[in-house]
Ligand binder design. Structure first.
Ligand code: IPE
Ligand code: IPE
Ligand code: MG
Ligand code: MG
Ligand code: MG
Length: 291
């Protein structure tokens, strides 16, 4: 799995590198900050899901690459803003100083904004895809990023800080702030691969389960891992008194929950008329990963 992630990472990094290098030099500090936010480290799991889902359905890498890059831009923007002093106020990301520390707050805000809009520019310009397909991709990604997805989830996360919340409320937060983009990655692969409604439904169930499991494991690692391995500050959640799965269920309860989400994900893949081994392997990686 690690090997596969690394080889996918190289493909998408090359594209991101080229796209950022093609930006004119008018605002070099902003361009450098975008490069810092998008390219220095990161697992590239959302591009991986776009590629693996699409490939499974018969799409080519050339068709899938714009969606893979676009979702990574949105993710990089979300991390850049998540780390800002007004949000989680973290100084380390992917083993590097966070964007606002390496540059400054205004530049980090703008880098996030510009990465976000670049995502949609890339999708709109992907002339290897039909106009209909491009619109469907833009719709998926914009929904998953905005009020109904990541931004709404981040707002709920902030509102739940220092609060006692219920498990259904926490599930709603995690499904939105992290799950939505992971669902969008799978959905975008399915759109490009022309999946039937039935296949899309099964893939959606898979994506919902791994999307939630991904954030459950992120919360677990905030407790159990260390800053060096994570490349971001261990204990950030408890320092901020965040609502997390380990807080609500205890560490073991959270681990059990992650493992039942893995079962759900694997179950959803059963009966797909395609070879879904890589997606199954990815689901295992989500709950076994150490960073
Ligand atoms: C971290 O995402 C933030 C969450 C949504 C949990 P990743 O764990 O995918 O971060 P990178 O891209 O690998 O750094
Ligand atoms: C953030 O969740 C998810 C995003 C939408 C960026 P976290 O705040 O837990 O992510 P990390 O732990 O800082 O990567
Ligand atoms: Mg956060
Ligand atoms: Mg954070
Ligand atoms: Mg976290």
């Amino acid at each position: 799995m690690k090997q596969q992630l690394i080889s996918r990472q190289a493909t998408v990094d090359q594209v991101i590198q080229q796209q950022l290098a093609a930006l004119p030099q008018d605002a070099p500090r902003l361009r450098d900050a975008m490069h810092h936010a998008a390219l220095l480290g990161g697992k590239r799991i959302r591009p991986f899901l776009v590629y693996e889902t699409g490939r499974m359905l018969g799409a080519t890498d050339q068709q899938l690459t714009p969606a893979a890059a676009a979702i990574e831009y949105v993710h990089a923007y979300s991390l850049t803003h998540d780390d800002l002093p007004a949000m989680d106020n973290d100084a380390l990301r992917r083993g590097q100083p966070t964007c606002h520390v390496a540059f400054d707050e205004a530049t980090a805000i703008l880098a996030g904004d510009a990465l976000q809009t670049l995502a949609f520019e890339v999708l709109s310009q992907a002339d290897q895809l039909s106009a209909e397909c491009r619109i469907a991709l833009i719709q998926q990604l914009s929904r998953a990023s905005g009020y109904l997805g990541m931004c709404g989830g981040q707002a709920m996360d902030i509102a739940a800080t220092d609060q006692q919340i219920s498990l259904p409320q926490l599930k709603a937060i995690h499904s939105a702030k992290t799950g939505a983009l992971i669902r969008a990655a799978v959905r975008m692969g399915a759109i490009i691969g022309n999946a039937s409604a039935e296949v899309t439904g099964k893939l959606d169930n898979y994506a919902k389960a791994i999307g939630l499991a991904f954030q459950v494991q992120d919360d677990i690692l905030d407790v159990t891992s260390d800053t060096k391995t994570l490349g971001k500050p261990q204990g950030s959640d408890s320092e901020l008194n965040k609502s997390t799965y380990p807080v609500l269920l205890g560490l073991e309860g959270a681990q059990q929950h992650a493992s039942s989400l893995l079962d759900e994900a694997l179950h959803a893949l059963q009966g797909l008329p395609y070879n879904s081994d890589n997606l199954a392997e990815f689901a295992r990686f989500v709950v076994q990963r150490s960073r």
